[in-house]
Design a protein around this ligand. Structure first.
Ligand code: TRP
Length: 366
């Protein structure tokens, strides 16, 4: 992960993708605003890739239900969805190249998930470690059926829009593998309906939290959000965990794995400044305060264009909502077509068609 690889650029919007361009699908559960960890781990990759494809971004509220399904959590999903879309646009997704859709408003996906579930075994799903972790993390002592089926629902999302590429982080790689297997199994057994999707792994290390814990996460309260104002960023950086062995500026410090330097490497657009700070830090010739001040400045340089775009998109009231409404309608048309193909190819439509013919000729005979 280098600053140049993930620095936001602000290219002029360009016309939509070529018709027939391969499709990309990725997305998130609507659980909150996006932070620097999301940016480094997935958003930067999405922004880099999305114009090459016809790009779909799922707001996976049905997946959210597998661990968060209280009325209060469900009531907040809408606001979280608009925040996430706004954050994504502010970070650089081009609305002309992005179809945002609300998963629960495309109920055909749930039907496809049910049809695919005959092609996946329980032990296959039980071997996926991320699911157990998600359940434990959510405080569930026993595995809910929906959580075990999480990858099957995700396979339905992916296959329903014929996605050719699915850029996701490490946690989701096993789910995409289930989608690939299921597509192949379906095509072999019933007929060629599905595109076998390619996984595009995000080859970036996980960004640590401001508290030095391994992962930046909302639930750990150690995140810097894309929407944090400059003074909030400054305050969070001031409180940031650094090398605990370093009691004064004169003690040589550790750079490796030190979150302050991990962030400098990831987000500071002045590599010479970072190299010089590291040298002085290793030699015990710079205080944490200066390293942090320069980090705050770098983060705010990184976030400023994001803030500007966010303000512009926010001023256009109803835009985000409109994008979700039109994107959802568009996706639903697509998924209905896939589902009709699936049902016909499996032979599920033949029986009813036969019943109808017989019923019609009976009513004509009377
Ligand atoms: N599982 C993803 C997450 O961790 C969300 C998701 C649901 C998804 N369906 C998808 C990602 C399809 C990529 C493709 O939040």
């Amino acid at each position: 992960m280098t600053a140049t690889a993930i620095a936001p650029r602000n290219p002029a919007p360009v016309a939509g993708p070529l018709p027939g361009a391969p499709r990309m699908l990725t997305g998130d559960r609507p659980t909150g605003r996006l932070h620097l960890g999301h940016y480094a781990g997935s958003l930067a990759n999405r922004i880099r890739l999305h114009r090459r494809y016809e790009s779909f971004f799922i707001i996976a509220d049905l997946h959210m239900l597998t661990t968060k399904n209280s009325p209060a959590e469900i009531a907040e999903a809408g606001r979280h969805a608009t925040d996430m879309v706004l954050d994504s646009l502010a970070a650089g997704l081009d609305p002309a190249h992005s179809v945002f859709y609300l998963q629960s408003a495309v109920p055909e996906v749930a039907e496809l998930s049910l049809l695919l579930s005959s092609l996946v075994t329980v032990p296959r799903l039980q071997r996926i470690p991320s699911l157990k972790e998600m359940g434990q993390h959510a405080g569930q002592r026993e595995m809910p059926l929906a959580l075990l089926g999480y990858p099957v629902l995700q396979a339905a999302d992916i296959l329903a829009v014929h996605a050719a590429v699915v850029p996701v982080g490490k946690d989701n790689a096993a789910h995409v593998e289930v989608a690939r297997e299921t597509a192949r199994r379906f095509n072999r057994r019933y007929g060629d309906v599905f595109t076998v999707p390619d996984l595009v792994p995000a080859d970036v290390p996980v960004l640590p939290g401001t508290d030095g814990r391994a992962k930046m996460s909302k639930s750990l309260d150690n995140a810097i959000y894309l929407s944090d104002p400059p003074e909030v960023v400054a305050a969070k950086v001031r409180r940031m965990y650094t090398d605990p062995a370093r009691t004064t500026a004169g003690v040589p410090g550790t750079v490796e794995g030190n979150p302050v330097f991990v962030y400098h490497d990831a987000f500071n657009d002045r590599p010479a400044e970072v190299a010089e700070l590291k040298e002085r830090y290793l030699a015990g010739k710079v205080g944490d305060a200066e390293v942090k001040e320069k980090l705050t400045a770098a983060l705010n340089r990184f976030l400023d264009p994001i803030r500007e775009r966010r303000a512009a998109f926010e001023a256009d009231q109803g835009l985000v909502e409109e994008l979700i409404v039109t994107g959802t309608a568009r996706t639903r048309r697509e998924v209905k077509r896939t589902l009709a193909d699936v049902r016909a190819t499996m032979g599920l439509t033949a029986a009813l068609a036969g019943f109808r013919r017989a019923a019609r000729s009976r009513s004509r005979a009377r």
